[in-house]
Design a protein around this ligand. Structure first.
Ligand SMILES: *Cc1c(COP(=O)(O)O)cnc(C)c1O
Length: 356
């Protein structure tokens, strides 16, 4: 038998979550964001659940090529654009759309030999201050792109830093309107948080990522409790050992948990080398035989301990859900001082993943 840990990608949940996006932004087209190997789900495994999208957005040229090889003939957007002139050969061959965020990229396009017009998303920096033209320089860049024969459609784009938080989007939306004033063309602004919580940003294309996977854009599970989103990944394992601790006994490295009274613990085949966060403290939610309980002690490389007080029937071989329908990935992330995004992306290569 292989080690009992595995992850499952829920195809129906992906399709459901895409339908939630459609309901939230009924007049917009959808770039389904599948960067980072579809947020750790695997591009090929996520593709069937998301194929009703209008386009896919990602970062790596080889991910784009893999998507074409899976049979996707529709739009593909490279969210960071391209990096070297040689990239444009692949962009051209596979008919990809690119983000353009600086003059170096425009220069590369101007001197490239392309077989068809290149569709670009011209990126405005409205306050994130990573990539893009400032509102003041945007029109000049747009004029230059418009007069570049190799460029076809130009979509106006920006990206929000605080769509999930207190600062919101208003300041960036105002900057965008200023920079794009009087410029015709489709617009794309909204990530998941803006798709869910800022309808005024939807425009022509929304760009949801984490919500497609049932993750909360704010990192707080309760924020999406009534959204209809479903977790698209379950990380599961089994109990491989049982320990009965007396009062005063400890478990795991550093003796981080001391039993106050006799307690029955299960040892789970899952550790930080599987992608479970090492920072998960005692009390992190986990489910055994579908019943929620808590982890105890420090997460080791290959194992964690779980409190079986509330699951007296569970022994070796009992089912354990690290995250999934009973324990949201955001709860585990929050307990561990990170976000669901990171946990999804960090499932380790040694964990077998299948789609259902
Ligand atoms: C990752 C990304 C998104 C999706 O973000 P989520 O918060 O996962 O919805 C949208 N647009 C761009 C440019 C991105 O890089």
């Amino acid at each position: 038998m292989p080690r009992p840990i595995s992850a499952t990608v829920h195809t129906a949940a992906l399709a459901n979550n895409l339908a939630v996006v459609r309901r939230a932004a009924p007049r917009s087209k959808v770039w389904a964001i599948v960067k980072a190997n579809a947020y750790g789900h695997g591009l090929a495994r996520a593709f069937p659940g998301l194929r009703a999208t209008d386009g896919f957005g990602l970062l790596d040229l080889d991910e784009a090529v893999r998507l074409r090889e899976l049979g996707w003939a529709g739009p593909i957007l490279l969210l960071e654009g391209f990096f070297k002139p040689v990239d444009l050969e692949i962009v051209d061959r596979y008919s990809l759309s690119v983000t353009v965020h600086c003059d170096d990229q425009l220069r590369m396009i101007e001197t490239a030999r392309l077989s068809r017009p290149l569709n670009v998303q011209l990126k405005m920096n409205t306050g994130m201050n990573r990539l893009g033209y400032t509102p003041e320089r945007y029109r000049t860049a747009w004029e230059r792109a418009r007069h570049t024969p190799a460029i076809g459609q130009i979509v106006l784009m920006t990206h929000f830093s605080d769509a999930d938080g207190a600062r919101g989007v208003q300041h960036q939306l105002a900057a965008f309107e200023r920079g794009a004033d009087g410029i015709a063309g489709a617009r794309t602004l909204a990530n998941s948080a803006a798709t869910l919580w800022h309808p005024a940003t939807h425009f022509d294309w929304v760009r949801p990522g984490v919500m497609l996977y049932g993750g909360s854009p704010s990192g707080v599970a309760a924020d999406i409790a009534t959204s209809g989103l479903e977790p698209s990944m379950t990380l599961a394992s089994e109990i491989i050992g049982v320990q009965n601790l007396a009062a005063g006994d400890t478990v795991g490295y550093g003796s981080r948990f001391t039993a106050e009274r006799p307690v029955r613990l299960g040892i789970v085949a899952c550790g930080y080398a599987d992608g479970y966060p090492r920072h998960a403290p005692t009390g992190t939610p986990i489910a055994v035989n579908g019943i929620r309980t808590r982890t105890v002690g420090r997460v080791s490389m290959d194992m964690i301990a779980v409190d079986l007080s509330t699951v007296p029937d569970a022994g070796v071989g009992a089912d354990v859900e690290l995250w999934g329908p009973n324990v949201s990935i955001d709860e585990v992330a929050q307990a561990s001082d990170t976000i669901g995004y990171e946990l999804m992306c960090a499932v380790a290569p040694r964990v077998p993943i299948r789609a259902d």
